[in-house]
Design a protein around this ligand. Structure first.
Ligand code: 5GP
Length: 115
């Protein structure tokens, strides 16, 4: 897997606006936010280019990414209003950084339909 901008963020080689971190997950604000809240949640220890690269053994880590996003939403007080979690997979899915990440978007009304 090639070195991406998110690998550099995990290694603290380039700055990011980090909002949460634990042993497994790093969360930081998206540099081009698409909503008032736009945070990216990424695995720290093991990186995957896309969701397609994850297997059964990675289910706990994938679950943790989502649960960390929902815990952040609850802590920040917008969980009940609502939010959207998105994983883009490969270029056809709109992925531009090939390091698995979950987008957490909130703070505005999301469109009901993506298509
Ligand atoms: P994707 O399109 O791969 O699902 O999402 C990649 C996201 O990473 C985009 O929303 C983009 O704005 C964000 N991004 C790209 N480069 C950087 C960066 O250097 N720093 C941060 N914080 N976000 C970035």
């Amino acid at each position: 897997m090639s070195d991406t901008i998110f690998d550099k963020i995990v290694r603290r080689e380039i700055p990011a606006d980090v909002v949460y971190e634990d042993d497994d997950v790093l969360a930081f604000r998206d540099i081009h936010p698409q909503a008032p809240v736009h945070v990216l949640f990424i695995p720290k220890k093991k990186s995957f280019a896309t969701l397609n690269d994850c297997g059964e053994a990675d289910a706990p880590l994938l679950g943790k990414l989502l649960l960390t996003a929902s815990a952040y939403a609850k802590r920040e007080g917008f969980a009940d209003d609502g939010y959207r979690c998105v994983i883009n997979c490969n270029s056809g899915g709109g992925q531009t950084v090939f390091y698995l990440h979950v987008h957490l978007l909130a703070g505005k009304q999301m469109p009901e339909r993506m298509l």
